[in-house]
Design a binder for this molecule. Structure first.
Ligand code: FAD
Length: 307
């Protein structure tokens, strides 16, 4: 029940001010966010990659309200690309972008987001790495997949994300399971209406397995974005049965969530990529992490009341 309330709060300016201003918020945020500055995120990148993990960097920001902010997002990603090129990690360190940070929701936003993200994808390719387009709420899916299609004509390695909670996603998986495609499958993190998305967690899980089967039997490169031990085990089993080698798919998990499991998968010889968010605009990301797990919220509220 609390999840939808928190997800609604993630888009409230008033609650943003209260949560962001509370001194106890910071330690909780630090659990999920690598730091506010690029230098701090690079320290995390070095720590994770030295232990055999791969990374995808997210410069936090979403829902920009004017074109100049969208340009600032683009520039932040260009600076990130340069920093990653300096680390020499190639595709072991890639980037994840939210098109709403590139202006997708503004008037003329589809073209604006494509124009702003293209230089980032070009710079990533020059640096020997790539970009994955995060998926946001369901109203953006058509635009995001169309932008993906445009980008993939020149940069076929550009990654997509699909969310198993949406009814449409099995069809999207079929369309995206072709050779060369890189697709991250997740359950979905937004507050979606019953007209477009499964509301029951078990239905979302069942849909995740159906999508996993489509992607694993396809010719692309599946990226399993989940901390759920059942989904991880099913993916391993499917890969084994379908004869996929360990370098023909990867697991992905979020920074700060189930780090022991991340290390265990590496020790077993799996590819695992950690999603590393950094930057000052952490509010929406943080609230979605609280919404996913009541225990996180309980811990946060106890800190708020000083216990
Ligand atoms: P759940 O059933 O939610 O959780 C399974 C177990 O994982 C829990 O029992 C708990 O042990 C652990 N866990 C899960 N969440 C948390 C948490 N917040 N804190 C602590 N423990 C937790 N969603 C999108 O809509 N668009 C995206 O582009 C997107 N990108 C993602 C990228 C990556 C790499 C990952 C891992 C997730 C991404 N998500 C994205 C979020 C995703 O949709 C889910 O909301 C999130 O992963 C929780 O679902 P789950 O599969 O981990 O399973």
């Amino acid at each position: 029940m609390l999840g939808p309330v928190l997800l609604a709060a993630s888009r409230s300016a008033a609650i943003r001010r209260i949560v962001s201003g509370a001194p106890v918020t910071r330690p909780m945020v630090d659990r999920f966010v690598a730091g506010e500055r690029l230098a701090e995120s690079m320290a995390s990148v070095r720590g994770l990659t030295s232990r055999g993990l791969e990374v995808t960097l997210d410069h936090l920001g979403e829902d920009v309200t004017d074109p100049s902010e969208a340009l600032r997002s683009r520039d932040a990603y260009l600076a990130l690309t340069e920093a990653l090129a300096g680390e020499g990690l190639g595709a072991r360190a890639e980037m994840s972008v939210k098109l709403s940070a590139f202006g997708q929701a503004l008037p003329g936003g589809h073209d604006l987001a494509l124009a702003n993200v293209t230089p980032v994808v070009e710079a990533a390719a020059e640096a020997g790495t790539t970009v994955t387009l995060d998926m946001e709420d369901h109203t953006t899916v058509d635009s995001t997949l169309a932008i993906l299609g445009e980008l993939r004509t020149r940069f076929p390695q550009t990654g997509a994300v699909v969310q198993s909670y949406l009814f449409r996603t099995e069809d999207d998986c079929r369309a995206l399971a072709g050779e060369g495609s890189r697709v991250r499958l997740v359950k979905g993190a937004y507050n979606e209406p019953a007209s477009v998305a499964y509301q029951d967690k078990r239905e979302v899980d069942r849909a995740f397995v159906r999508c996993l089967k489509i992607l694993m039997s396809g010719e692309g490169y599946p990226m399993i974005g989940s901390h759920d031990p059942r989904m991880v085990a099913i993916a391993q089993d499917l890969a084994h049965r379908l004869g996929r080698k360990k370098d023909e798919y990867e697991f992905q998990m979020l920074y700060g969530i189930r780090p022991a499991e991340q290390e265990r998968l590496v020790a077993e010889g799996h590819r695992i990529r950690v999603y590393v968010p950094y930057g000052t605009d952490w509010y929406g990301y943080f609230m979605r992490r609280l919404a996913e797990r009541p225990a996180n919220l309980a811990f946060f509220l106890r800190s708020l009341v000083g216990r």
